[in-house]
Design a protein around this ligand. Structure first.
Ligand code: PDD
Length: 301
């Protein structure tokens, strides 16, 4: 079952016009979220980021945050999902050929919920391979990576390179050669016990998982540096890991043929701390409202 514009429809009825500018131009935005035990983790932050992305492309989302929250829960409930990955997409909508957003009066709003398929345990136990690819991350002044946009060719080109090199994830540098981010993830590395990650100013998506990891590290008394780094910093790191909503914290065993010396101790510790945040979140009553319960409409954020 899919949420399309105003309500739930069966998958085979969830159709979008070929004139949708999301399809024609990649004109739109999205969020990927994860539900644990039927609770969508950090839903408020994802909705906030959705609205920020929308504002950055002058797109008016046709729903209020509370209505979106309700629609997300309706979707996972309609599918009976407890462990889910949820994709919320808002495109410019259908309109004649042409770039002018004014051609599309009504945005298209879609929520897809799928059963969460776990990554193989060996990815976490042994670490994955990462390739620092030749494709550079989009320049902020052209298409700011803080916009979680439907235009994903930058990441796709990076992914193709990584795949050709047998790597699980592609990591991109920015146009100046500073470490930026993965095709669908943020990157961290550890040097002399300090946790390092590219700062948002480099031109990356400020991942929600990234922020939680930084919080966890600070709470554990680990020094965190958000800055500008080169790929050599990654090669010389003690450990490396990547993060996103579905991977959470995934260690890297190898970066461009360079084997990481450490066994991912900090990654493991931070992953545990992350899991604790999830557990805390899902047992907080105000996060566990399901549509149909009287108090949902009282939620405000
Ligand atoms: N991707 N950087 C990029 C380019 C991303 O696409 C993502 C997320 C992240 C991590 O963000 P978060 O921690 O908020 O998930 C960083 C999602 C998972 C996706 O594309 O489906």
């Amino acid at each position: 079952m899919i949420y399309l514009n105003t309500g739930i429809v069966p998958k085979n009825k969830a159709l979008i016009p070929v004139f949708d500018h999301g399809f024609l131009y990649g004109d739109g935005i999205y969020e990927t979220m994860r539900a644990y035990k039927g609770v969508v983790f950090r839903l408020e932050e994802h909705i906030e980021r959705l609205f920020r992305s929308a504002a950055m492309i002058s797109l008016k989302i046709p729903k209020a945050p509370g209505e979106i929250k309700q629609a997300v829960y309706e979707t996972i409930k309609a599918n009976g999902h407890m462990e889910a990955v949820i994709r919320l997409t808002v495109s410019r909508g259908a309109g004649p050929i042409g770039l002018d957003p004014g051609l599309c009066p009504v945005p298209t709003f879609v929520i897809i919920s799928g059963e969460f398929r776990k990554y193989p345990v060996r990815h976490y136990r042994n670490g994955v391979k990462i390739a620092i690819v030749n494709t550079r991350r989009n320049f902020r002044g052209a298409l700011d990576p803080r916009i979680k946009s439907l235009n994903f060719l930058n990441g796709i080109l990076a992914k193709i390179e990584a795949k050709n090199r047998g790597a699980f994830e592609a990591v991109m540098l920015d146009y100046r050669g500073y470490l930026a981010e993965g095709s669908i993830s943020n990157i961290f590395f550890v040097k002399d016990g300090t946790l390092c990650t590219p700062s948002v100013e480099v031109g990356i998506l400020d991942g929600i998982t990234r922020k939680i990891i930084i919080d966890c590290a600070k709470e554990a008394g680990i020094k965190v540096v958000e800055g500008r780094f080169r790929k050599e910093d990654v090669y010389n790191a003690e450990e490396v890991f990547i993060s996103n909503t579905t991977m959470e914290v995934m260690p890297a065993a190898e970066v461009d043929e360079v084997k990481m010396p450490a066994q991912g101790e900090m990654a493991r510790a931070l992953h545990k701390a992350y899991k604790r945040k999830v557990a805390e979140y899902i047992r907080t009553p105000r996060h566990t409202h399901i549509p149909g319960t009287s108090s949902l409409k009282d939620l405000s954020f």
